[in-house]
Design a binder for this molecule. Sequence first.
Ligand code: XMP
Length: 510
Amino acid sequence: LVLILDFGSQFGQLIARRVRELNVFCQVVRHDISAARVKELNPKGIILSGGPASVYEPGAPHCDPAVFDLGIPVLGICYGMQLACHFLGGKVGGAAHTREYGRATLSVTDPDTIFKGYPPESIVWMSHGDQVQNVSGDFVPLAATDACPLAAVKHTSRPIFGLQFHPEVAHTPHGGQILANFLRDVCGCSGQWKMAAFIENTVAEIRRKVGTRRVICGLSGGVDSSVCAALLVKAIGPQVACIYVDNGLMREGETELVKHTFRDWFKADLHAVDARERFLTALAGVTDPQQKRKIIGKVFIDVFKEEAKSIPDAHFLAQGTLYPDVIESGGSPDGPAATIKLHHNVGGLPAELGFELIEPLRDLFKDEVRHLGTELGLPEDVVWRHPFPGPGLAVRCLGEVTEPKLQTIRKADTIFLEELRKAGWYRKTSQAFAVLLPVQSVGVMGDGRTYESTICLRCVQTDDFMTADWSRLPEDLLARAATAIINRVKGINRVVYDISSKPPATIEWE
Ligand code: XMP
């Protein structure tokens, strides 16, 4: 076990992820964990994350200084380094000329310890206002940048290291090497940990927390809720009831896939509620996108509540919240992370439902969740599914939502995704779908003139869905999809491809 003390950096969980990638088990804990508790947990190493504060600011998060006396190896990153040096006799300063954000060239002066195998000169990512100005004779410099003579240090007598830059971000291309050296050579971690161990720990934790009580798990058909449900079924079997609401706005075959996966394979207690009529009736005549979202959100909560009532003694509600959702909705309650942005998830459930929450995936990133899903035996189709918005096809059906229009979108969408899969592009892209535009245009089919609707294909690449670029799909793939859609989907005589990026466009059309 390696502990990561979180000082409110956006990078805390990213460090955890890098550590897990090196097959070392780690846990992110509050920065003010007591040294006594750390001793009890007996980690092989401690990493102090970065953070937005300045060490001397009133109320700046500090750790228990006795942590440094336990003899456990410590790696302080950015703010974590400043704190370690502050407690062990260094001076931290914030003079304007020491501010450094972005790329810097690092020269390594001591290639032994944590810089073993590291290039003598390389790019690192800096992001700090303060830096360590001088260190007592107890620290020696290991590496420097132009603006930061103490970019990396080690203590002369204790296994304590500090990095002013961020080794965990992709902009520090060799950062993983430093973490690997620290974990292997300084902490003595063997690097044997696997996702299977995460499952084992989490299953034990869920069983401990739930006891003999019952859990309701909302299942949307997406990756996160499917993995969450699979994990719960593994942990507590029939004590979990999964609720899936068919709102009539799903893609082709989606409801069947959920039923087949969870009922037939996992033998889960699946409550699949057919609420298609109810949603479509509520949406009749509505054309405004935000209004559609509101209606869908409200009907969803009503339907969910009604179904939940039919499950006696339910105490917990399980949700597949991932770490990026936690940070997007204002930071983890366990740490002082600064709010980054508000989440606009529709299809979420309000706290007033009165259940205690279980969120077994809240420390994981998307690709780790996929890995976990595979390990749990979920089908590939589920594990690699592109994200799908809560309001479903309603926001891809411009104007009023009607069943015939939904049918048209479903058919076109299926053809497009099939072509993507066949050409090996589905996994290379982040999200792909068809939109039915409220536009009719003139065409010619056989000898006749047509006046029919337009399908727009949208396919994007993105890391975080906050910004996105349109996918440069091969022309012949687009040509095949367009021809198949026009030939096979009644009422469509024109297919266009959306080449806008986000911003200024959004990924969805509504
Ligand atoms: P936009 O269109 O805002 O989409 O660029 C970004 C990502 O969010 C999804 N999306 C939604 N997801 N409820 C959701 O749960 C919504 O109302 C909603 N609107 C957009 C969208 O599919 C994309 O992945």
